[in-house]
Design a protein around this ligand. Structure first.
Ligand code: SF4
Ligand code: SF4
Length: 449
């Protein structure tokens, strides 16, 4: 089996992002192979934990992937302040005499954004709505590299490392089967709040779960890297409850057109045409804009927004919501079939170095300072009795169930087959009996249940 076929069989998707199938990404040649170990969002601990714990496997596999891509450069991009992790990786690089460099970045948000990393490492700006490959780079998360290491040893993606942070007694690392209910992890993490919400991912771009039903239904997928627990009355939870109509009214009434949202936007600084202040300025007259050219001039730049949240969670002095309004404008553009031209050769804007948002300031702004832990998280054990494995944990078509109710499955068995086209295989991280198969998930219970 070829390198790419092995990765495809193992069902590997980007471990740190939206879940793009890795076999597609690696079916290429590139000048740079960049490993993203920068932990993009505040409070997440997973990349650091993996670097400290598995440096030998990370370096060994990084070299193999770089050889496959015929990359001249293999670079691990991380934050320069992760001294312990860098020391562990460097020791392995020296021991293996590996052609791998470590690139230490400042501690800013969004240091782990794929396009920002490419700019930092190579000085090249990825085209608007483009891919790192457009400028000769392939970027994979460090967790994805470890999944490749597993695949080369015959193990598919069936378990996931994730950190649990926020309003819990101890920030902890968990290694659990895919489909593990998050309620089970929360129980073990010892919540410190009776009324709480959970963010799947980080505080800037993660998915907020507020109701008991949402939390009960949620389970670990191939892209879950962190659970952030917050009290129900926390600023971030309250802010996520703001209805859209109110955001539009606030934009019309309170936007002072200071342009801070645009000037601090990481994508604007890469040279992309993205102007949230223009979107905000025009919201009040949306229904009056009947001409497509006029409409595009007002809202077109929203298509280049990556939803990083810098504009609304940090830049805007009026507490407005330009990110949400960009998302709204994107929907309007889709409805009208407007697809603005792409700048294929953007150049980073002057001053890009001075517009990086220090993570510490962001943490303070988000009212997360009480949850910063200076201790290394310990790995906590969990005995999982039941998994609910979603058939869609990736970008592309959902996988198709390949098991039936009553069937006994072993750990690492294939339970859903990739659909035709863009899709990935799904495996179980737990041996047991299949109790339920639906269009969206497979439920497996450990045999003692
Ligand atoms: S969310 Fe805001 S800061 Fe981030 S890319 Fe979109 S407009 Fe720029
Ligand atoms: S930062 Fe806020 S107030 Fe300033 S232009 Fe942007 S949305 Fe308006």
């Amino acid at each position: 089996m070829s390198f790419v076929e092995t990765i495809k069989e193992a069902g590997i998707v980007g471990a740190g992002g939206a879940g793009f199938p890795t076999y597609v990404k690696l079916n290429a040649k590139a000048e740079y192979f960049i490993i993203n170990a920068a932990e993009c969002e505040p409070l997440i601990e997973t990349d650091k934990y993996l670097c400290r714990t598995f440096p030998e496997r990370i370096i060994r596999t990084a070299v193999l992937v770089a050889e496959h891509l015929e990359a001249a450069h293999c670079v691990i991009a991380t934050k320069a302040k992760y001294k312990r992790e860098i020391a562990a990786l460097q020791q392995e690089i020296d021991r293996q005499n590996a052609k791998v460099e470590i690139f230490g970045m400042r501690t800013f948000y969004p240091a782990g954004d794929e396009q920002v990393i490419v700019q930092e490492v190579t000085g090249r700006s990825v085209p608007e709505r483009g891919l790192p490959l457009d400028v000769g780079c392939v970027v994979d998360n460090v967790g994805t590299v470890l999944s490749i290491a597993d695949a080369l040893e015959g193990k598919p993606v069936s378990e996931k490392y994730l950190s649990v942070t926020g309003a819990v007694s101890h920030t902890g690392m968990y290694h659990v089967p895919l489909g593990t209910p998050i309620t089970q992890i929360l129980e073990s993490a010892k919540l410190t709040e009776r009324e709480y919400a959970v963010i799947l991912g980080g505080p800037m771009m993660g998915k907020m779960l507020k109701t008991e039903e949402e939390i009960k239904k949620a389970c670990v997928t191939k892209t879950t890297g962190n659970l952030l627990v917050l009290p129900k009355d926390h600023y971030l939870v309250k802010r996520s409850e703001l209805p859209r109509e109110r955001m539009i009214r606030q934009a019309a009434a309170a936007c002072i057109q200071c342009r801070m949202c645009t000037d601090m936007c990481p994508r604007f600084m890469l040279g992309h045409e993205i102007r949230p202040n223009v979107v905000m300025r025009n919201l009040w007259r949306e229904s009056m804009l009947t001409d497509a050219t006029e409409f595009e001039a007002a809202f077109g730049s929203a298509v280049n927004c990556c939803s990083c949240g810098v504009c609304e969670m940090f830049a805007c002095p009026m507490g407005l919501s330009p990110r949400k309004m960009n998302e709204y404008a994107k929907g309007l553009l889709r409805e009208k079939g407007i697809n603005p031209e792409r700048n294929m050769r953007p150049q980073a804007r002057e001053g890009i170095e001075n517009r990086k948002i220090p993570t510490e300031r962001l943490i303070a702004r988000l009212d997360l300072t009480p949850y910063v832990t200076h201790e290394l998280p310990e790995e906590r054990k969990l005995s999982v009795k039941e998994c609910r494995i979603p058939l869609s944990q990736h970008i592309g078509k959902p996988a198709l169930a390949a098991v039936h109710v009553g069937e006994r499955v072993e750990k690492n068995a294939l339970v859903a087959q990739a659909a035709e086209g863009l899709s990935v295989n799904i495996h179980t991280g737990m041996a047991g009996i299949v109790k339920e198969v639906t269009d969206t998930y497979i439920r497996i219970c450990g045999e003692e249940v």
